[in-house]
Design a protein around this ligand. Structure first.
Ligand code: B1M
Length: 213
């Protein structure tokens, strides 16, 4: 990997958004293909952050600033990537379920998934099953991601699973679930496709679903 690309990765890990922007511009000026800048610079950096987050070497604030740097760099690459015909690796709808207004974890999951090159449709908080369904249908999403932070709203995840299973999207879209009170046994019980305990693991699993792994 070129020194410039590893520098982009390192600055991203430090959350230096302005520096990442400067370096991404420089890389484009030097004629490095946008896809290479994305894969070997930005995504490489986010992947390191994801691993460190899993092992508690970095925490939520570091992930948030790294993700902001990632978004700044990615925004510069977007027109060039579109011109090159580079498509997102997949599409996922994400939201916090009905009755629940917590969105910090949901936003982290979204950022980590964006860091894997997945297009994220964020439907916000307090989201009923019908809205998850409509957004997934409209955007041809492969995944619906439900977050819940309250024991009282966990049941709403089951409503989403039941609604999708009874809809035309049954078997076509995977349902991923998470949030502090959610567990693997709850996931098994309601028939969701995957539970993950943290944002980094969620992004790994989402990429597997998108790439058919
Ligand atoms: Co609320 N709140 N809150 N709160 N709040 C909790 C969750 C609570 C545990 C606090 C407590 O009592 N100790 C408690 C829930 C108790 C329970 O149900 N067992 C609680 C309560 C009761 C409430 C209210 C009812 C309080 C009240 O009004 N009486 C109220 C409910 C409002 C509503 O939602 N209808 C309420 C309100 C709020 C605030 C608005 C003040 C604020 C939310 C601000 C916001 O989100 N914009 C808030 C906060 C901040 C918290 C705590 C302090 C922090 C939550 C958080 O953001 N954690 C929380 C106590 C705590 O956890 N210490 C608490 C950090 C975040 C990164 O973690 O979201 O778990 P988390 O995400 C993790 C993983 O869970 C996972 O990835 C993330 C990290 O990698 N993950 C997923 C999350 N979603 C995923 C989805 C996936 C995969 C992984 O796949 C799709």
């Amino acid at each position: 990997m070129s020194e410039l690309l590893s520098n982009i990765s390192e600055q991203l890990q430090k959350g230096k958004a302005a520096m990442v922007e400067t370096l991404v511009k420089q890389a484009l000026d030097e004629g490095i293909p946008p896809k290479t800048i994305l894969d070997d610079g930005l995504l490489a950096g986010m992947s390191v952050i994801g691993e460190k987050f899993k092992t508690n070497e970095v925490f939520v604030p570091e992930v948030l600033v790294a993700a902001r740097a990632m978004n700044k760099g990615a925004a510069l690459l977007k027109p060039a990537l579109a011109a090159e015909g580079v498509k997102a690796r997949g599409t996922a709808v994400i939201g916090t379920v009905k009755g629940d207004l917590h969105d910090i974890g949901k936003n982290l999951v979204k950022m980590m998934m964006e860091g894997k090159g997945i297009q994220m449709i964020d439907v916000g908080v307090d989201v009923p099953a019908e809205k998850f369904f409509a957004a997934a249908k409209e955007n041809n999403a492969q995944i619906i991601c439900c977050s819940a932070l309250l024991t009282t709203t966990m049941g709403e995840i089951k409503n989403v699973v039941d609604y999708i299973k009874g809809s035309e999207l049954a078997g076509k879209v995977k349902i991923m679930i998470g949030g502090a009170p959610v567990t693997q046994s709850f996931c098994d019980q309601i028939g969701a496709d995957a539970y993950t305990p943290d944002a980094a693991t969620a992004s790994d699993v989402a990429l597997e679903f998108c790439t058919g792994g």
